[in-house]
Design a protein around this ligand. Structure first.
Ligand code: GLY
Ligand code: MN
Ligand code: MN
Length: 439
């Protein structure tokens, strides 16, 4: 893969430089200084939380593990990497820089974060770093105008970034296949999780987010992260929301399975899968994401009717809030260096915010889709007791088949999530393409 990345990375870097030039000009800055950051220490302890490098740093370099290091960019000059490689026999120190990207940087290797700061250019700098870096001699200022400009342009992935996201999807699909096999073999949630990690060949801390592995009713807990150590008495259903990382880029994938012999739930999963693929087909230039989210509510109302869960019209189900009780989160979000990527609400390259449609407080994306954007499409249909209870004393309750609802409660819920790139033409479904590959 590395050889094919060389020209893509060269073009990616040229794009980053162009955007950095424009962003610096907005505030009259001489330099852009980007910290990888330093690990966060645990309170009253001598250990750190897992280190996650500043996404702006990972935008320039495929280095996820370089605490204390900096990128210094001055318009017109070759970017500089100040790379920290401590003298430390307690830990594995970051490997010396190598690979397709090193020739594009002047690299200075130092032994400590403090020495790194001494290598940074002096002048009027935009310093993109966590607000309180435990480093003397440089102050993070994170200028809003610079961030707004860079975040806006991060929405449009370069071909290099798309290549890395395809790879993150490929790793995720491989691990999802292993997880499904573990489910069908009767494993516990914990056992399925271990099978996922083994197939991804990534540790928990390397994944882009904490995996959700829920059997049976647990599929109804949107952020279920408990991992039961023992298998349930019977496996009825399985919801897994788990991603993978590649050179700092994320995939975010959800699948829901019915155990053999559970035909009613299997049919509901198939209807949701067909609905989801219909939404994916609408990831096209000019499509407003909020409109797609509202469209999803109408289609899900149709699924609820088709499966005998509600008797009212689709319009009535959306307007009365019935669909929001079954589908209580947003249709998806932007994804890239962060699983919930920046600028989902941004109005333009100089900031501003596009509000969510009323009644949809959890939607994370209000932009109009354009080529280069990558978004998730993740409709859901759940049987959540707390939300269903809110419907039971409303007039619409008469048009809900509660016995049918009760029959599905032991299955928890369904979510199906793909990562989809908007192009000049048909959408590219990174996730389905990855599942279609043999490994
Ligand atoms: N896994 C987080 C999400 O789907 O947004
Ligand atoms: Mn997601
Ligand atoms: Mn997800």
């Amino acid at each position: 893969m590395n050889a094919s990345l060389v020209p893509l990375y060269t073009a990616h870097l040229a794009t980053l430089r162009k955007h950095a030039d424009a962003a610096l000009a907005l505030g009259g800055f001489d330099h852009l200084l980007v910290a990888a950051g330093t690990p966060l220490g645990k309170f009253l302890d001598d250990q750190d939380y897992p280190f996650v490098a500043n996404p702006h740093f990972r935008h320039w370099l495929p280095l996820a593990d370089a605490p204390g290091s900096w990128i210094a960019y001055t318009p017109g000059a070759k970017p500089k990497l100040v790379f920290v490689q401590p003298r430390d026999y307690w830990h594995v120190v970051p490997e010396a820089p190598h690979g397709y990207w090193v020739e594009h940087f002047d690299i200075v290797t130092v032994r400590s974060a403090a020495e790194a700061v001494a290598q940074l250019p002096k002048g009027h700098s935009a310093v993109l770093a966590p607000a309180c870096p435990a480093i003397d001699g440089v102050t993070a200022n994170n200028p809003q105008a610079v961030l707004d400009y860079l975040h806006w342009h991060r929405s449009y992935k370069t071909p290099y970034e798309l290549a890395l996201m395809r790879e993150a999807s490929r790793i995720g699909a491989r691990a999802h296949r292993a997880a499904e096999a573990a489910f069908r073999a009767g494993e516990s949630e914990f056992g399925i999780h271990l099978a996922y990690l083994a197939a991804a060949r990534q540790t928990d801390a390397e994944l882009p987010y904490a995996s959700i592995v829920g059997l049976n009713e647990h599929g109804a807990v949107l952020h279920y992260m408990h991992f039961d150590r023992t298998p349930p008495a019977g496996h009825r259903s399985f919801l897994i929301d788990a991603g993978a990382s590649c050179a700092g880029y994320a995939s975010d994938i959800t699948r829901t399975y019915a155990a053999h012999g559970h035909a009613g739930f299997q049919a509901l999963v198939e209807s949701m899968d067909a609905a989801q693929q219909g939404f994916v087909a609408r990831v096209r230039a000019g499509q407003g994401y909020p409109e797609l989210h509202i469209h999803a509510h109408h289609v899900i109302a149709g699924v609820l009717r088709e499966h005998g869960l509600i008797r009212m019209s689709a319009e009535g189900a959306v307007e009365s809030g019935v669909t929001s009780a079954f589908f209580p989160h947003g249709l998806g979000h932007s994804i890239g260096l962060q699983v919930h990527d920046v600028a989902g609400f941004q109005q333009g390259e100089h900031g501003g915010s596009i509000p969510r449609p009323e009644g949809h407080p959890y939607l994370r994306m209000t932009r109009v889709l354009q080529p280069g954007m990558v978004v998730t499409i993740e409709p859901g249909l759940y049987f959540i007791d707390m939300l269903l209870a809110g419907l039971r004393d409303k007039p619409v309750a008469a048009d809900i088949d509660w016995a049918r609802v009760d029959a599905f409660r032991p299955y928890g819920g369904i979510r199906i999530e793909d990562d989809v790139a908007c192009t000049d033409g048909a959408p590219e479904n990174l996730t389905r393409d990855a599942f279609a590959r043999p490994d």
